[in-house]
Design a protein around this ligand. Structure first.
Ligand code: SF4
Length: 324
C-alpha cells in the first residue's frame, strides 16, 4: 500500500509522502492530510480600489482590503508577481493576522470588500475560507483573483463564501498552458463555466497578452468566441499588457497595438465589455446598446456618469454588473 497522499485542491493532484511539499510550495503532507505549510501566513495587506483587481463591474469605487500569501500552483515563465508567487512558504518571511483582525482592518479603512489576491488564493484555501466566512458574518463581500486551476471536487468549498472573481485565462491552447505555466487549459475553462453558473456570482476575466507567446490572432479569436458562446457577451474581459519579468526578461513589453488588435477581435466576437490594461488607453464602460459612457474611468478612479441602478440613462439598457 502506498504511504503517499494526494492533494485534492488542484489538478496537479500532488502525491506526497509525509513532510513533502507540493508543487505550489504552500501545502504539505502531515499525518495523513495535505495541509497548509503555515496556515494564515501573509505576504501583504493593502487597501486597493476594486478596479485594481481588476473588477470593473462589481461595486465600482469600493475599497478592497487586499491580502496575499506565498507560492503558486502555476509556474508561469513570465510571472508578474514572482517575489511572492514563486517563493515557497518554507522560505517566506511573512506576518500573521487573525480573520477577526482582518475584519477590523476592513472596518477601519471603510472597505466593504476583502480581496484574496497577489498570489493564488486556492493554495491557502483554509485561511481564505475562515476569513471569508467571518467577512460574510459581518456583512462584507469577498472577491478572489485566481488562475482558476482548481480540481472539480474542491470548487464548492473553495468558492463557498466568494462573491466575485477575476479569473486569469492565460491563453487558449493546451500547448501554451503546458509550456508556459506547467498547467493545462481544460480545468480553467471548467472553472469559468462553474463560476458563471454559480447563483449570484460575478465573474470577470483577464488575459495577459505576451508578445510572440499567446498573442496569435487565431487563438485570441477562438478564446473570445468561446467566452461569448459559453459565458455570454456580458462577462467583462481585461486585456493586459505584459512587462518583462521572472524567467522571461527577454520578452518585450506588449505594444499598445497588440492590445487594440485583441480588443477589435473581442468586439468581432460580440463581447460587450472589453478593457485594456497596463496601457494608456481609455477604459470607460460604454452601454452596449447605444455606446453612451456609463462609467468614466481615470486610472483606477471611477465616476458613474451615465447610468442609474445599472440602467443606461440614455437608452434604458441594463448594464451587466453588481452596482450596490
Ligand atoms: S494545491 Fe499545491 S499541493 Fe495541492 S495539488 Fe496543487 S500544487 Fe499540489
Amino acid at each position: 500500500m502506498s504511504d503517499k497522499i494526494s492533494c485534492p485542491v488542484c489538478p496537479h493532484h500532488c502525491s506526497l509522502a509525509d513532510n513533502q511539499t507540493g508543487i505550489c510550495g504552500a501545502r504539505i503532507a502531515r499525518n495523513g492530510q495535505v495541509v497548509p505549510v503555515d496556515d494564515g501566513i501573509l505576504s501583504a495587506i493593502h487597501v486597493d480600489p476594486i478596479e485594481k483587481k481588476p473588477l470593473n463591474h462589481y461595486l465600482p469605487g469600493a475599497g478592497a482590503l487586499s491580502l496575499g500569501s506565498f507560492g503558486c500552483n502555476l509556474k508561469c515563465k513570465g510571472c508578474q508577481n514572482d517575489s511572492i508567487s514563486q517563493v515557497p512558504v518554507c522560505r517566506a518571511r511573512g506576518f500573521k493576522l487573525t480573520p477577526e483582525q482582518i475584519i477590523s482592518e476592513a472596518g477601519h479603512h471603510h472597505c466593504p470588500v476583502i480581496a484574496y489576491t497577489y498570489n493564488e488564493p486556492i493554495i491557502w484555501a483554509e485561511f481564505v475560507q475562515k476569513t471569508a466566512a467571518a467577512a460574510h458574518a459581518h456583512g462584507l463581500k469577498n472577491v478572489m483573483v485566481t488562475a482558476g486551476y482548481v480540481a472539480p471536487e474542491s470548487r464548492d468549498s473553495l468558492f463557498e463564501h466568494i462573491d466575485a472573481a477575476n479569473v486569469d485565462l492565460k491563453g487558449f491552447t493546451e500547448d501554451f498552458y503546458r509550456s508556459w505555466a506547467n498547467a493545462s487549459l481544460k480545468p480553467v475553462l471548467e472553472t469559468l463555466e462553474y463560476l458563471h453558473r454559480k447563483p449570484g456570482f460575478w465573474l470577470e476575466i483577464t488575459t495577459l497578452l505576451i508578445p510572440g507567446i499567446n498573442d496569435d490572432p487565431d487563438s485570441l479569436k477562438a478564446e473570445f468566441d468561446w467566452i461569448a458562446q459559453k459565458l455570454g457577451p456580458d462577462v467583462p474581459v481585461h486585456l493586459s499588457a505584459f512587462h518583462p519579468a521572472h524567467r522571461a526578461m527577454d520578452i518585450p513589453r506588449t505594444p499598445v497595438e497588440t492590445i487594440l488588435m485583441a480588443k477589435d477581435l473581442a468586439v468581432q466576437s460580440g463581447l460587450h465589455y472589453i478593457y485594456p490594461g497596463n496601457v494608456p488607453v481609455p477604459s470607460d464602460t460604454r452601454c452596449p446598446g447605444c455606446t453612451n459612457i456609463v462609467i468614466r474611468r481615470f486610472g483606477f478612479q471611477t465616476e458613474i456618469s451615465g447610468m442609474q441602478e445599472g440602467i443606461c440613462s440614455h437608452c434604458g439598457q441594463k448594464i451587466a454588473g453588481v452596482w450596490n
